[in-house]
Design a protein around this ligand. Structure first.
Ligand code: EPU
Length: 350
């Protein structure tokens, strides 16, 4: 397999940040991973796994050997009276995969339409949107341990999914710990799409669509089309304006903390959670601090959704990861000063 030198990473991260990889290998099969791991010339080189680059802030060049995952393929593994089991290669584009499952007549992923990135990157942060979390449709995944070349399979419990979180985001804590950050390359992912299909509609934007169209029983394709329209209206298309989706996680607070904030800011957007905690809309908090539409250096806050930071660089003055992080820190400081809440970035920063 060819290892390329000094590769520009700007096309491979949705923020469009200019950075380079000293070496980059395109991984197109599980066998490619094995070949690379067995090659003595790369044995001592650290490795960095790059998926769709849609949840990534590059603050400099990558010195590690970049493994760009381009494993293709999608297939029906099994169909029973209870559902469809569908598999995709980690390098498949997420949105195209969702559209393909619907075209085959296997609904269930429609609420997750238009999320940028690849299938293999989606479990890392347990993507979620419009009432469906990725883990709700997950069955299992295959991966390779980068230290040993050992192939393994994980089910949902082993992936340790949480809100925008999984075992792939955590460092190993001690020898017995199970964190897999930087230690695994996901090769294939399987989804379980249950029968009979039921639409997931309990989300304000979708309720608005139902009222607008008078259609209270949308089929999966209609729901897919609605989600695409809703997302296009408020989220920037990375092909046009570089971004990494939501830049911060929605924070959770105790009911007491929430009551305190409501007393000062009655309009704060908040959602009670099943465990008794309260989730706040980070976009609202950032907006309330006056950040929407602001630009610092070549990084900015999207004018239609304050939770999304965007690339405002030009060909002559590209936006750097440092500028994005400077803006992110300024936002964190003002939200902390006003609300006493520390916002946690969602993308991986390297
Ligand atoms: N809001 C504002 N001002 C803003 C942005 C939001 O007042 O500038 C308010 C909205 O009016 C709304 C509330 O905040 O009442 C929540 O906004 P929205 O419905 O847009 O959802 P979100 O909580 O900001 C989350 C996910 C998105 C996902 C949407 C829809 C996170 C971090 N983000 O955003 O995921 O698409 O819900 O389900 O959980 C992503 O992770 O990249 C992403 C786009």
């Amino acid at each position: 397999m060819l290892v390329e030198n000094n590769v520009a990473l700007q096309p491979y991260n949705s923020f469009g940040i200019a950075a380079r990889a000293q070496q980059l290998a395109r991984v197109r099969s599980s066998a490619d991973v094995a070949t690379l791991l067995a090659a003595p010339e790369w044995a001592a080189t650290p490795r960095f796994v790059l998926g769709g680059g849609s949840n990534l802030v590059l603050t400099g060049d990558i010195k590690a050997l970049v493994l760009k995952v381009e494993i293709a393929g999608r297939r029906l593994v099994d169909e029973t009276p209870r559902g469809w089991l569908v598999e995709a290669g980690a390098g498949e584009n997420w949105h195209d995969f969702v559209a393909w499952t619907l075209a085959q007549g296997w609904p269930g992923l429609e609420n997750l339409a238009l999320i940028p990135g690849t299938v293999g990157a989606s479990p890392v942060q347990n993507i979620g949107a419009y009432g469906v979390e990725w883990q709700d449709r997950f069955h299992s995944l295959d991966a390779v341990e980068l230290d040993t070349g050992r192939a393994f399979t994980l089910d949902a419990a082993q992936c340790g999914f949480g809100y925008r979180d999984s075992v792939f985001k955590h460092e190993r804590a001690g020898d017995s710990g199970f964190g897999l950050a930087g230690r695994a390359l996901i090769t294939h992912v399987r989804f379980w799409l249950p029968k009979p299909w039921k639409p997931v509609l309990g989300y304000l934007d979708l309720e608005r669509k139902m009222a607008e169209t008078g259609n209270n029983a949308p089929d999966a394709q209609t729901l897919f089309d609605w989600i695409v329209t809703i997302r296009r209206a408020k989220l920037p298309d990375p092909a046009v304006i570089g971004n990494a989706g939501s830049f911060f996680k929605n924070p959770t607070v105790t009911p007491e903390q929430c009551a305190d904030i409501i007393a000062r800011d009655p309009k704060v957007v908040h959602y009670p959670m099943a465990d008794g905690s309260i989730k706040l809309a980070a976009g609202w908090l950032i907006d309330a601090c006056g950040w929407k539409g602001k630009t610092v250096g070549h990084a900015g806050v999207y004018e239609k959704q304050a939770l999304v930071l965007v690339n405002r660089g030009t060909a002559e003055h590209p936006c750097t990861g440092g500028e994005v992080m400077t803006l992110a820190r300024a936002i964190q400081t003002s939200v902390y000063e006003r609300f006493g809440i520390r916002l946690e970035p969602e993308p991986v920063v390297i």
